[in-house]
Ligand binder design. Structure first.
Ligand SMILES: [Zn+2]
Length: 432
């Protein structure tokens, strides 16, 4: 790797240290006290300044005094991201969730929906991107291309602010135009990349195809789409680019990020992340799959129990990096695609995982039925020509139990039984 023109000392260790050691390594008891304190202050602040939140409390008969700890948050119903456009239309422009005067806004972002997100002029860094970027290996002196979109949505600005706080230099290239991106990386000796993983791959290939040589990239923070493990390996092993990702939304900022271990995403101290039943909003125990519901310590736009519609699992197991916060174990799909069977959520991605282990399967559909008040789950499979039923039976029954954590049957059906474009999970239950 060429060190020419880089202002980084060659000894820089991108895997060591913390952005804020005290916060990132605090004990579980201290974190509890810290979060209880900001939850209490935030709810009181929003009660006074954000009529949208005040209405939510009043509708449930709650007062700020009822929400004094993280555990108390469960008393407030979840507000679904999908409900935001209607809430904002009813009380424009922010649904009564902004606590600042319109003239004190620096930016207003526009997300699909539309959902409008305010950002106050006098705000430090409520998006917390610097914490994620540091944990992902960015260091002072890095020159970074930011290839996220700079208009309408906040992703690019959010990362710009975080990188600036770390002492990085940002080249705001935005998306597209591989030619200019690659030229810029070579001319400015760009060491960092921010953007989608697929575009990073495009740029690396572009440089190779044009015979421009190896790009000076050493570190990447990717997002906005899934990062398959095989693609991460390509970036790290083939190109020597330390590649990490984080989770956030336009409404919340970044709430969780990967450390050097790349084994789940640490939840920020200024975010409370609950894994909840997507239907009732009740918090689920650690290890269960459910909807990510977040409360963020963002004074200007306090989102309290915001249901993201995304599914994940959280673990409290310690991480070798020394950070003590719980970790979110990857993205497990969208809450509106889940089906609850015998008390367990199943998702099309789990069905893919089961069937993916059996190359003999040509098509499949999971069928959920109910008889005698008991749910039943059956995977209908069509086999490739010439494959015997023994290619899936009885093995797949065990795979269903391993992946979905419930008993299910497997039925080999004749080719052409499963309709073209059929849903992966067909819920045929009737509730009468
Ligand atoms: Zn860690």
């Amino acid at each position: 790797m060429s060190a020419k023109a880089s202002v980084l000392p060659t000894s820089v260790d991108r895997r060591k240290g913390y952005y804020d050691r005290k916060r990132e390594t605090m004990s579980r008891a201290r974190r509890r006290t810290y979060q209880d304190a900001w939850v209490r202050a935030l709810v009181l602040h929003a009660w006074r300044r954000a009529p949208g939140l005040r209405r939510r409390l009043e509708a449930t008969g709650l007062r700020p005094a009822d929400l004094r700890t993280v555990a108390d948050l469960a008393r407030l119903p979840v507000i679904k991201k999908a409900a935001m456009p209607d809430l904002q239309r009813a009380d424009p422009p922010f649904g009564g969730f902004s606590t600042v005067l319109p003239r004190d806004l620096h930016w207003v972002f526009v997300s699909p929906g539309p959902i409008y997100e305010p950002f106050a002029r006098r705000e430090g860094s409520p998006w917390r991107a610097e914490v994620a970027c540091f944990a992902g290996g960015f260091r002072s002196g890095d020159v970074v291309v930011n290839t996220f979109l700079y208009h309408l949505t906040p992703a690019a600005h959010l990362l710009d602010r975080g990188l600036a706080l770390l002492g990085c230099t940002v080249v705001p290239t935005g998306p597209g135009n591989a030619e200019v991106q690659v030229r810029t990386m070579l001319d400015l000796h760009v060491t960092g990349y921010v953007g989608t993983p697929s575009f990073l791959l495009t740029l690396l290939r572009h440089a190779e195809e044009r015979g421009l040589g190896r790009l000076p990239l050493e570190v990447a923070q990717v997002g906005a789409e899934a990062l398959p493990p095989s693609l991460r390996r390509t970036f790290e092993e083939q190109y020597g680019i330390l590649t990490r990702q984080s989770f956030g939304t336009a409404d919340l900022g970044i709430v969780a990020y990967e450390c050097r271990e790349a084994d789940g995403m640490h939840v920020m101290e200024d975010a409370v992340l609950e894994i909840c039943d997507p239907q009732t909003g009740a918090p689920l125990p650690a290890g269960a799959i459910g909807e990510i519901v977040c409360t963020v310590n963002h004074r200007a736009y306090p989102m309290v129990r915001f249901g993201t519609g995304d599914l994940s699992v959280v673990t409290e197991a310690p991480c070798p990096c020394g950070r003590t916060s719980p970790r979110m174990l990857g993205w497990r799909g969208r809450a509106d695609e889940v089906t609850k069977v015998r008390g367990m959520f199943i998702h099309p991605r789990q069905a893919d995982e089961v069937v993916g282990r059996y190359p003999a399967v040509a098509r499949y559909q999971v069928v959920v039925t109910r008889a005698d008040h008991q749910d039943a789950l059956t995977v209908d499979v069509e086999l490739r020509q010439g494959e015997p039923a023994a290619a899936v039976l009885p093995g797949m029954v065990g795979t269903i139990r391993d992946v979905m954590k419930l008993r299910g049957g497997v039925r080999v059906v004749p080719a052409g039984t499963i309709p073209e474009g059929a849903k992966k999970i067909d819920d045929r239950r009737t509730w009468d």
